[in-house]
Structure formats: C-alpha cells, structure tokens
Design a protein around this ligand. Structure first.
Ligand code: TNX
Length: 536
C-alpha cells in the first residue's frame, strides 16, 4: 500500500487544479451554509489577532498553526475595544448554537464568532481556506460561512489492545479528528489480547496482561494453516501518559471516552488475576489469536470490588461524562457451568444468563452513576434488559439502536454494516492489504445516514450521533492504521457534521478530497488513494 505514494503526483495535480479553479474547494466536512464573496484577505505578519474570548483554545491553536506551518508569528491582542483593518477577530457570542460558528472573510478583516468549540471549528474551517504555500502571507478567499454540526456526538474509535499504538500516533489521530471536527475519541483500552492502561492498585494488569507471546497473522486464503509472527507483543500507557493525551485532546475539544471491557473480552485480566474468573485453578492466557473467548468475569463481590477499583482510577484520569463498559460478545458457558452463578440466578430470581449479564451491567452502572458518570455499552447490553441510564452503541446493524431509542435510551450509531468499520477493506483488488473481512468502500461510509427511517421524530432525538471503529487485529503499524482511516475518516466527518442536504459524494470525492489528500501527505499521513481519483 505504501507503493500507492506513487499516485501522489496525481493527487497533487488534481489538487492544484482544484485550487486554481476554486479556492473554496477544500472544506471537509461541508459547512451548513457558505456564501462566496469577491476578493481576498491577505493574512500576513502584519495581521493582528484580536479576541475577547476567555476561552483561549481556538486562539492558541491558530497562532501555533501559523507559526509552525507558515512561519508567521502574529501578535495577539486581548483588548476587544481595538478595531481596525487587517485584523482577525475571534469573538464570543453566546447566541450561536453549540459548536457552531460564523466565519466572515472580507478584504478588510476576518471574523470568527461563536462560543467554545464553535470558535475552534471556525479556526479549522479558516485553515482549510488557506492557500497551499509553505510559508509567508496567506491568500484567503472572501466568504461568509454559517455552520453547526448535525450531530453532537462525532466519534472515532481505536482498538489499542489487538495492537498497541504509541502516544505519538494516538495524538496524530486526535489531530486528524480535530481537523475534521470530530469531538470524541473512543479509546478501546482493554481486550482479550492485551490490557493497555496502568492501574496502580493492580500492577499485574500491565505486568502480565499487557503482554502476549506472539500474534497470529492470519490464514490468508482459508487454505493455508494459521501463521504466527513469533514475536512477543506488548505495550501500555502509564497514567502520566494518559493524563497527557487527555489534556492534548481537550485542547482540541475532543473528549476521550475510555473503554474497559466487561464481562467478556477479559482474557488478559484473567491471565493476570485468575481469581476474577469462574473457573478456580484455571491457567488463563492473554489471547494470541483473534475471536471471541469464553474467559469472562465471574459476577462475585470480589470481582465487582476489583472493577470498581479499576473504574475509580479510570474516572480519575478521564473527565468524560461517559465511561464505556464494553458488554459485547459474552459467551455464557462459564456462567452455565458455575454453581455460584446458577445460585445467584436463583437467588436474584433472574430468568437465565442473559438476566445475569443485565444484573452485571446494572450493578456497574449504579457504581458509575454514583460517581456522576454514565455508561455506554455495545448493543448486547440490551439482552436481559437495559440498565436504566445506559447509552447504547449499535454495532450489529441498527436494530439495537432502534430498540434502545424506542425504550427512550440514548444511542450512538456505529453499525458494522454501515461502512463504519474501518478495519474492513476499502477495495476489492488483490493489492488491498490483508484485513479482517467485510467491505466498506469510501462511497459506502459516505452514504451512511445515522437516522433510521423506522423511528418517529421524537425517537430520532435519542440518536446522539455516529462513530467509526478501527479494530486492529490486522493493523499492526502506524502506516496501516492511517491507511485504513484515510480517507474514510473524512467521509465519517461529513456524515457526522454536514446537513444531509449538503452531502454530495461526487463533489466530496472528486473536487474536495484531492485537495485534502495533498494536505494529508504534507502532514505525513499515509492514506489510500480512492478509485474515484485513479487508484486501481
Ligand atoms: C466485533 S464490534 C467486535 C470486536 C472485533 C470486531 C472486528 C465489537 C463490539 N466487537 O471485538 O474486533 O468485531 O471487526
């Protein structure tokens, strides 16, 4: 796939065409309302940034962008009384919608009006209007843009368990998310194949649980035996690193939602602390192959005490309103065989193991709620009855999301069938790198609409937004991670942000995308060149 970089020439050509014919051609996600105005503003070393906003993030981001990318060191003036031409105003206005902004560029000035995240997104749009030069003054085409997101939840997920990714790479993904106006990073920190976050009270989680002896690579065409890489794999984030990433994301208006998987996908925990499983004396192992495993937490008081300790440390690190508790793919075999579980089912008058799963999630929810937070779970948490305040992430199609919305529960749409599983292949050519299976070409991701027709208007309001997931069974390197993300993450951004009526795949893929691929190349991202502009 890195060989595709040969196609960059093509991208660069396409992009310079787009630049010369239409200086507005670059905005992704498409804004709600854009009106072109004649002329240009010249942003130069002479331009002053004038702001009345107490919230500094937009100003800091813009100033450091101009310094790093254009070698412009602009003076920042915090006296809003000052007026004058050749200034760039960043102004607070409480009347604009959440995350919305109003950007006006005239030959005399630039103004960005909004509040909080809105100002930040106004800056992101402005940067996308910049010309392609590497330094010096910038020609900004005059324009009036009124913009606000379609959804309040715009998420990208990353599985760091199946393969570990460095803090540096995680920040690079957060940069991308911010650039394209996503506001949530769902950090899948634990799974069967590795526990990736330091927990002070339980050091074996990382000492033992973050390491596996080797990794299965795959069986390629189903005819050859499974192959292993013969290389130990490990890695975890220290609490200091987590705090640093959380702060880095917050500076970009991105909330990080940590995920701690339970009661399934917990082989790595049980390898470290077998006493939280249902089978005394069993030697659990950090999984070395992919799939769904029968090693799950046993719902004992000891296990709940452990999970509460872990969640307490996690909540101390992540200020997010939501904590993701997993809940997906829980084979019930161990519970069926366990005398303790069968007694508990009788004692609590539950119907069956589904009831026990629901009891498990509800007990955790009570704890999380007691700390002022809410849980999110994968759609399996519907089985046996939803926890009263849970938000559902609908991944096995939209059925779970629809059912949850009908029960007045909040929903995030992320169906694997909707082109939102970025571990699926983007093309059908033999040149595509090995992936888990599934087919999610750019056009499919782009076409996804998170609002199912099956819901009434009132029920539709429970759809908070949309997310794409990057599971990393077959993604072991930064280059491949970026290849799987890009450019589909840009399509996700438009799905999550732009009004439905403004979506247009041809304009997105043929006019605006080439410009962005050239930018992403300059920013050192790897990506797939989509078929629409010349890939095989
Ligand atoms: C299903 S999506 C899973 C993950 C896998 C993924 C592969 C979900 C909640 N569970 O454990 O990595 O499929 O596409």
């Amino acid at each position: 796939y890195s060989a595709l970089s040969g196609l960059l020439l093509l991208v660069a050509t396409a992009s310079s065409k787009a630049q010369t014919t239409d200086p507005y051609a670059g905005i992704i996600p498409a804004p709600a309302k854009l009106t072109k105005i004649a002329g240009n503003f010249t942003l130069s070393q002479e331009t002053r940034i004038i702001t009345d906003s107490a919230d500094n993030k937009a100003v800091v981001f813009l100033a450091s962008y101009l310094k790093d990318h254009r070698n412009l060191n602009l003076a920042i003036n915090r006296n809003p009384g000052i007026t004058g031409n050749q200034s760039l105003y960043i102004r607070y206005d409480a009347s604009l919608p959440a995350e919305g902004y109003h950007l006006t560029v005239t030959p005399a000035q630039i103004s960005i009006v909004g509040k909080g995240a809105g100002l930040f997104y106004g800056v992101q749009t402005l940067i996308q209007l910049f010309d392609n030069q590497k330094q010096g003054s910038i020609n900004v085409p005059c324009v009036d843009i009124e913009d606000a997101p379609r959804f309040g939840y715009r998420g990208i997920h990353l599985d760091v368990s199946r393969h570990f990714f460095s803090v540096e790479e995680v920040k690079k993904i957060i940069d991308l998310a911010a650039q394209y106006k996503l506001n949530t990073f769902h950090w899948h920190l634990t799974d069967d194949q590795g526990w990736r976050i330091e927990i002070k009270k339980y050091p074996r989680l990382t000492q033992v649980g973050s390491l596996r002896a080797q990794t299965v690579i795959g069986n390629f065409n189903d005819r050859t035996p499974w192959q292993y890489d013969n290389t130990p794999h490990g890695g975890y984030y220290t609490q200091d690193q987590v705090r640093d990433v959380v702060k880095y994301a917050a500076e970009r208006y991105i909330t990080i939602i940590p995920e701690i998987e339970m009661p399934g996908h917990s082989s790595a925990v049980l390898a470290a602390y077998p006493e939280f499983g249902c089978e005394p004396g069993k030697q659990y192992q950090v999984a070395q192959i992919w799939g769904v495993f029968k090693d799950i937490f046993c719902p004992t008081d000891k296990t709940f005490a452990f999970l509460e300790d872990v969640l307490t440390e996690v909540m101390g690190l992540f200020p997010s309103k939501y904590i993701h508790i997993g809940g997906d793919e829980v084979p019930k075999d161990a519970w069926e065989k366990s005398a303790f579980c069968q007694n508990l089912i009788r004692k609590l008058k539950l119907k069956n193991e589904h009831g026990l799963q629901s009891y498990f999630i509800q007990r955790i929810e009570k704890f999380v709620n007691s700390k002022g937070r809410n849980i999110i779970g994968w759609d399996e948490i519907l089985e046996g009855g939803l926890a009263p305040n849970a938000t559902v992430m609908s991944w096995r199609g939209e059925a779970g999301g629809i059912a949850a919305a009908k029960q007045n529960h909040n929903v995030i749409m992320t169906p694997s069938s909707g082109g939102l599983y970025l571990d699926h292949a983007q093309g059908k050519s033999d040149l595509e790198p090995l992936s888990i299976g599934g087919y999610a070409p750019l056009a499919k991701t782009y076409a996804y609409n998170p609002i199912p027709a099956a819901l009434t208007e009132a029920q539709q309001r429970y759809i908070l937004g949309v997310q794409a997931n990057v599971w990393t069974e077959y993604i072991a390197t930064d280059a491949k991670l970026e290849y799987q993300l890009l450019p589909r993450m840009l399509a996700l951004a438009e799905v999550a942000w732009s009004p439905l009526a403004n979506k247009n795949f041809q304009d997105f893929s043929e006019v605006r995308l080439p410009h962005h691929l050239a930018l992403l190349d300059r920013e050192d991202y790897n990506f797939r060149v989509p078929a629409a502009i010349g890939a095989p």
